[in-house]
Unconditional design. Structure first.
Ligand code: SIN
Ligand code: FE2
Length: 216
């Protein structure tokens, strides 16, 4: 944690959190306009919607996806699917190359070369929204990392262990930060504490998180 005191302020820097996890501070800030334009295109094609948990309760985040496979939650459980149920099973919007390329570069910078995601899950958090501790385990191949991009309001990421009851470390995630976890850390429990009230100068009163995965 001491390292950041010696970084030039505002410069991107890489913080190793553990053997398989790296926090790439500010990694997405360069080329931000192109990535936000691409994100707008996706959201215009496949709008955010509130999915139900398998228990039947609406999630506090609103969700959409792009790429060949979209992530779904409903009373049948969690899964990836090629069709969007909100749009008559139409294919999810294609993953914009600027997003796929960013994810691939982030993965490589974190020690996972050759990352080629087939799914990008987009979660929108308004103040108060959260993500409870969970593992990402709906994917076929756990040898591939998870690559996450944070935009908008700050969040506190909880990074637990391989058991739900393990203590969790807490890391702030800011606009433009990317977090990559894989290898021995791939199945660690993680979550997001309730987003605090605020207005981000670029994104308004919300946080948007994109997670890139090799799902199928
Ligand atoms: C997730 O774990 O699916 C989302 C994490 C985040 O919002 O940063
Ligand atoms: Fe997750």
């Amino acid at each position: 944690m001491q390292a950041d005191l010696f970084e030039p302020s505002g410069a991107p820097w890489h913080e190793r959190l553990s053997a398989g996890a790296v926090l790439l501070h500010g990694f997405a800030l360069e080329g931000e306009e192109a990535l936000l334009a691409a994100l707008r295109t996706v959201i215009a094609a496949a709008p955010f919607r509130k999915m139900l948990t398998p228990g039947g309760r609406p999630m506090s985040v609103a969700t959409t996806s792009c790429g060949p496979l979209g992530w779904l939650s409903d009373r049948q459980g969690y899964r990836y699917q090629a069709g969007d149920p909100l749009r008559g099973q139409a294919p999810w919007p294609p993953m914009p190359p600027v997003l796929a390329d960013l994810a691939q570069r982030a993965a490589a910078a974190a020690g996972y070369p050759g990352f080629s995601p087939d799914s990008c899950l987009i979660n929108r958090y308004v103040p108060g929204a959260k993500m409870s501790l969970h593992q990402d385990k709906d994917e076929q191949d756990f040898s591939q990392p998870i690559v996450s991009l944070s935009l908008g309001l700050p969040a506190i990421f909880q990074f637990g262990g391989l058991a739900r009851s393990d203590p969790a470390q807490r890391y702030p995630l800011l606009h433009g930060d990317m977090l990559v976890w894989g290898g021995v850390d791939r199945l660690r429990f993680h979550g997001i504490l309730p987003i605090r009230e605020g207005v981000h100068p670029r994104m308004g009163p919300q946080r948007i998180n994109l997670t890139f995965r090799v799902a199928g």
